[in-house]
Ligand binder design. Sequence first.
Ligand code: GLN
Length: 203
Amino acid sequence: MLPATIGVFALQGDVREHLAALTALGVDAIGVRRPEELERCDGLVIPGGESTTMYKLAKTFELFEPLQKRVAEGMPAFGTCAGMIMLADRVEDGTADQVTLGGLDITVRRNAFGRQVDSFETELDFTGVDHPVHAVFIRAPWVESAGEGVEVLARVEGTREGAEADGRIVAVRQGQVMATSFHPEVGGDLSIHRLFVELVEKQ
Ligand code: GLN
């Protein structure tokens, strides 16, 4: 069987780290800047970065509508941090002109942890991973609410960030779309990327 081709949205964000993680797992990983590149992909990662800028660049490069169409048609997608915001159906604390691709029946709150502290690291229990996952949060969103069809994969517990942060949902999956508030591409643990590769290979 040929390895799956997994794209990384490459107009903005920490693209290189995701390409490295995917390549280490043996898939054909490519940066996606143009609709022709998206057409080659069996799945897509949307990295961390800045979701408002991602939206504007995707519009400018005529990638927004093709992306939205592929996700709506069932292409597996995995968003991290800003990528989670891009895949959310609803955003709190977004900019007035912010538009997302959608795909996940969740409401995310942008920069949610930022009210206490900009960035932090913690260990998480993650459904489908047999060890605690080291999670790096950088001006991260959290999932404010999730629809019935959404599986919660991880929550933050007992962090220094305080009561408001505790118990918040930070990883979800709905069908073939998954997202994390944190950056699994940072730190060398490939477990979460492996879950996504398995999701792509099952399609
Ligand atoms: N705060 C960023 C946003 O709103 C996300 C931060 C990140 O991806 N590290 O898009």
